[in-house]
Design a protein around this ligand. Sequence first.
Ligand SMILES: [Zn+2]
Ligand SMILES: [Zn+2]
Length: 388
Amino acid sequence: MTPLSNAWTLTPDMLSEAVALRHELHRFPEVSGAEHETAKRMAARMRALGAEVIEGLGGMGIAALFGAGPKTLMIRAELDALPILEATGPDYRSEHEGVGHLCGHDGHMATLFAVASALSQRAPECRVALLFQPAEEIGAGARLVLADPAFDAIRPDLAISLHNLPKRPLGAVALKEGPVACASRGLRIRLTGQTSHAARPENGRSPGLTLAQLIPALGALSRDLPTEDPGFRLCTVTHARLGVPSFGISPGEAELQITLRTLFNSEMAALEAEARALIETTAAGFAPEITLHDAFSHSVNAPEATALLERACTGLPRAEGAIPMRPSEDFGLFGTKIPAAMLFLGSGEDQPELHNPDFDFPDGLIPVGAEIFLRAIQAFASDGRQGT
Ligand SMILES: [Zn+2]
Ligand SMILES: [Zn+2]
C-alpha cells in the first residue's frame, strides 16, 4: 500500500481492539430485525468513543456522529447475521445455534469501529455518520432507516459502504461507477383447490399439474445474457410444495417461491409484471395469491461518490471483472435517494463464498477497509473546505 495521506494513525491497540470486537460480535450473531444485543453493543462502543449516538433507527439501527461541518458523509455497515448453522469454525464460533455471521457483517462493523477509534482521537473537519443498519439480508433495513423521521437528523450529502468479496485477493479493490449489484425480489405464490381422498382425486381439485406447468414457464422468463447487459433477467424457482406428504390425500393447495433478478429497477418492474400475468393466467382456476418479499433495489454507484472512493483507493491493488454482481445489496436503496457508492474488497482467494457455513471474515481486512474510509473522510472534508 502506498503511504497514507490521511490525518489519522490506526494504532496496533486500536486494531487489536477492533479484532477482539469482531470476534465478540461473531460469537453472538442475531438475524435480521432482531439485532437487539448487537445494536446495544455497538451503541455502547460508539458512546465510549465520544460519538453522539442515535438509536432505534428503522428498528434496531444505530448512527454514530463524529465531527462538525456543513456537509455530512455517511458510512454504512450492517448489524445482521444469517439463519445458517456455522460449520466447525473458529474458537470464537457462534454461540447462537443456527445463526452465524457468514456474510462478514461482523467484520464490516469492526472496520467502522476502527474508523471511530481514529476519529475519537482527532475530530474530522466534516460531519461523519457511521450507520449500523439493521435487516440488510432481507432487503428491509435501508427502507426502514430512510423512512424513520430520526434519519432526517443525519441528512447525509454522500454515502459510502464496503462489502468483502471472497475468491479475490485479500484487499484487492473492485470499484466502478454505474451498476454494481442487481435488483431482486421474491414472490410467494399460493394456489388453492380442494383436497379429496387419494382414491378419488376427481372429487377434488389438485393444483399439481398447474404447479408443474408454472415451474418451467416461470424459469423461461430468464434471459441468457451477461449480468452487465441491461436486459439481463433471471427467474429462479427457490421452493415448491404440493399438499402434505401423505399417500391418502389428493392435494388441495400448493405453494411456489421464485426470485426475480435484473440489473436495473426499471427492468425489474417489467419482469415482475410479466411473472404476475403468467401466474394469473396459468393458475386461473386456483385463485392464485401472490405476495412480495425481500425486495432489493438495484445498486448503482453515483459519479461523485465513486470519485471520492477512487481517491481513497489510490495505490491499492484492483480486482477486475468482479462487478456488477448478481447478488443484491440493500445499500442500493440509499443510492436512489443520496449520491452513494459501494466498493468491494477481496477477502481472499481461498475464502469460502458468502453465506457458506464455513465463511469467516478475515481480520486482515479491517485495517485496509478502515484506512480507505479514513482517506475518504479526509478527502470529503477537504472538498468541503474548498466549497466544491
Ligand atoms: Zn449476505
Ligand atoms: Zn452482506
